[in-house]
Ligand binder design. Structure first.
Ligand SMILES: Cc1cc2nc3c(=O)[nH]c(=O)nc-3n(C[C@H](O)[C@H](O)[C@H](O)COP(=O)(O)OP(=O)(O)OC[C@H]3O[C@@H](n4cnc5c(N)ncnc54)[C@H](O)[C@@H]3O)c2cc1C
Length: 472
């Protein structure tokens, strides 16, 4: 995505401006859309945002908002619309030691938040990749660090938000003031009908970070190994412990063409822990040592429990979902609830995690273990786990083929239930649920109240999900 120098004042770019194309394509996925906004605004303050929104209203422009640029479908880039890129908005981070509340910008990345929190010895559960933006991440609900224990980040950590509404008004929303707006923001992702300009979140004390990983050649043992790994989640403590199962080809890393020569698929079983000592970390991860003998013989490597800097964790994530070198993506995911059996999950997951269509494609089964409370925020699908495929490749001529692979594969997997993480939703690919029908019905009424003239159009696909018959 390149580096961008902070401008001295708000940028207002039109298609003839030198910086226009760089900002239009500030997107993680190299499959940049052809869509061209008439104007791109890079605001520094909330007042700059209100001016941009009022201008859009006068001109009747649809508005898209971008924070980190990580949503693969890039819906913020709207043909003939106005793009507000909040990368440099309100970029001061404040911490109040009495309330222990952190105030930050939606434009802050994981790396920036972690850097600040590290200096003051505090923890806030941002995402796992250094460049994800706080804005898009929190609007999806946010599967942050140690989500298994404390739920989605918006649900249990965000206390207040500042929003510029389609009228150009600055509104503060929390659990008592403008509660409908606060409720609607958490979990609607690209559907949000305003510009999130500031966030307040509670913090916890910062603990050390540890992780351990088994890498196994799963090619010929996929189903029994995955079943064991899913069952193991029940024995791994939830608090302060992330549990992740990933798949990739043995030759999946580095530059090169899109076909795997190795054809061997590795399964990574990783446990990441936030605690105070390596002894405590080893105790929390002890169930992993019960790996049965039949799987020990397919262990390719084992990374023993070790203390990590965040930097090292992000480096691993960058290898798993690389960006910045022309990597194109088709990403799909399904949230699986609590009523599918382990056998059903394993059967369906095989197509997404083992039969990866390109050399650099990766699969993931993340244990989410979350039953979000629909009274607290729009995010509402009870999710035991999430199955996803990050289909990465370089050759643009593969776009249609990869879209079809993902559509066919996930149309089958979605029979397991529920819906999709809002951070992967692509209306042009597959329309699935990102919240329960009752939450969505309530959410649509709130949207109508704040944005009757439909300045923000990202929600349109959600509405279609109400009309779909669901298999489970
Ligand atoms: C490499 C990688 C790693 C990831 N890791 C995680 C993870 O660990 N946990 C997790 O939960 N998700 C993760 N995701 C998914 C990610 O959280 C979502 O795609 C999220 O939407 C990205 O936010 P963003 O601000 O970077 O993206 P953007 O593309 O900038 O924003 C996404 C959408 O959110 C809306 N939006 C963004 N900012 C604002 C704003 N200020 N006001 C109003 N609307 C706004 C817009 O509709 C926009 O189209 C990851 C994605 C990638 C590519």
């Amino acid at each position: 995505m390149g580096s961008y120098a902070k401008p001295e004042s708000t940028l207002v770019l039109d298609p003839t401006s030198t910086e226009y194309e760089r900002y239009r394509t500030r997107i993680y996925n190299a499959r940049h859309p052809d869509r061209k906004p008439v104007e791109i605004v890079v605001p520094l303050t909330t007042t700059d945002v209100t001016s941009a929104v009022k201008r859009a209203k006068e001109k009747g422009l649809k508005v898209g908002v971008r924070s980190g640029g990580h949503l693969f479908a890039a819906p913020a880039v709207i043909e003939q619309g106005l793009l507000i890129d909040v990368k440099f908005l309100n970029k001061d981070i404040q911490y109040d030691p009495v309330s222990q509340i952190l105030t930050f910008s939606p434009g802050h990345t994981v790396e920036e938040l972690a850097g600040h929190c590290g200096k003051i010895g505090r923890f806030f559960p941002y995402g796992h990749s250094r460049t994800v933006g706080a804005g898009g991440f929190l609007l999806t609900g946010g599967q942050g660090l140690f989500c298994r224990g404390h739920g989605y980040t918006y649900e249990s950590w965000v206390t207040q938000i500042e929003v510029v509404t389609p009228n150009g008004e600055v509104v503060i929303a929390n659990k008592t003031d403008n509660h409908d707006l606060f409720w609607a923001a958490g979990g609607c992702g690209q559907g949000f009908f305003g510009v999130l300009t500031r966030v307040w979140g509670r913090t916890d004390r910062l603990r050390k970070l540890f992780d351990t990983t088994y890498v196994l050649d799963s090619t010929d043992h996929f189903k029994p190994l995955l079943k064991w790994a899913i069952e193991l989640a029940e024995r791994i403590p939830k608090q302060q412990v992330d549990y992740f199962i990933g798949t990739m080809y043995a030759d999946g890393q580095g530059l090169g063409d899109d076909e795997s020569r190795a054809k061997r698929v590795l399964m990574l079983i990783n446990i990441t822990i936030g605690c105070d000592s390596i002894e405590e970390a080893k105790t929390l991860a002890a169930p992993l040592d019960t790996l049965p003998e039949e799987f020990r013989k397919i262990v390719v490597s084992q990374i023993p429990m070790q203390e990590r800097e965040f930097e090292a964790l992000w480096d691993l994530q960058d290898k798993f979902i690389p960006g910045g070198n022309g990597e194109r993506y088709r990403v799909e995911s399904v949230l699986v609830g609590f009523d599918a059996s382990d056998d059903e999950i394993v059967d369906k997951a095989e197509a997404a995690l083992l039969k990866l269509p390109t050399r650099k494609a990766t699969g993931a089964l993340a244990i989410v273990d979350s039953r979000p409370d629909e009274n607290i925020q729009a995010l509402s699908l009870p999710s035991r786990l999430m199955i996803s495929s990050m289909v990465c490749y370089q050759d643009p001529s593969l776009d249609a083929k990869m879209d079809k692979w993902a559509l066919d594969t996930y149309t089958e997997i979605e029979k397991l239930g529920l819906g999709q993480h809002a951070g992967d939703f692509d209306v042009n690919q597959r329309v699935s649920k990102i919240m329960t029908d009752s939450a969505l019905t309530k959410w649509l009424k709130i949207r109508e109240k704040y944005d009757p003239d439909e300045m923000f159009i990202g929600y349109r696909g959600f509405q279609k999900s109400l009309e779909r018959k669901w298999n489970r």
